[in-house]
Write a protein that binds this ligand. Sequence first.
Ligand SMILES: [Mg+2]
Length: 349
Amino acid sequence: MAKLAKPGQINRLTEFTIVKRHLKSPSVQTQCRSKVIMTPGETLHEYLQNGRVPSGKIYAKNPAIVKEKLISIAKGGSNQLQVITDFDYTMTKAYHDGKRGLTCYGIVEQSSVVTQEFRDETRRLLHQYYPIEVDPHMTPKEKIPLMLEWYNGAHEALKKCDIYKKDFETMVQEADIHFRDGLDIFVDLTFRMNIPFLVFSAGTGDIIDACLAQYDLKRPNVHTISNFATFAPDGKLIGYEKTLIHMFNKNEHAIAATSYFGDIKHRSNVIVMGDALGDADMGEGVHQPGTILKIGFLNDKGREGSKSMKVADSIEERLPIFLEAFDLVLTDDQTFNIPLEILSTVTSD
Ligand SMILES: [Mg+2]
């Protein structure tokens, strides 16, 4: 079992001046233009110093490693970089105005397109399988077949609703969706710098792509790996693609089925972002990985709604295990500002 950080080992990452200083070294300067070195570093430093995330905090178990990774990614430049991000509560806000945000599946469930029978069935499946998902006494290997039953049950229920491809657009139009502030700028920056941006989700790909399209985030460099429905020639939903991505296989096994990483295999540096521990492994399919910087959004104390799961008393209680999985952990931060600062720091020209 991974050794957890003791409280004293958790360093509040309060300044990036050391990064800025390091980036000023002649060896790095030859690879980075001066604007890259100074301004973004200062901006990030100022950002943290000025507390422009009023209720937010940024943590790193080992700031020295974060520093090394930032320098390494900056040296590689935009040509060697790719971005991999989770969708639910990573690209979208976990909370907006104090209210819990919608997930992909939540968008489907609350839409006018599905029937009450569908909602009843998905609720029944949730009560049956969610305790298994979070059961601390079961191994992932034991859980996986049951998770597949859950997904297949939900997909079968959706099939019975006579859904058409265009209905996913309606579902998104009806939904109150909030992307993290700054995400649009981040996506735009990756587009302008030709950096591949992968949305990797165990949710439902048709909803994700409809969201990206409606919010003008579906740029040519943005690709989605998720669970996609299959449709008849008339557009009617008839099933789902064979390989299901669920919360326990967001790693190389899911990715191995796609050609995505083969097409960009020279891009060995990766920024990975997610809000679940399993998201930290999303870069495992990368060919010849170089530097992988993992950013975790620690949104809340744990998933509510299950008597079988102990919800932590505070976000901080979950911090040590998040710090084992991610290089940087952001708590109470519903923005994309830190990833944006980092991307600017390592790529700006
Ligand atoms: Mg998520």
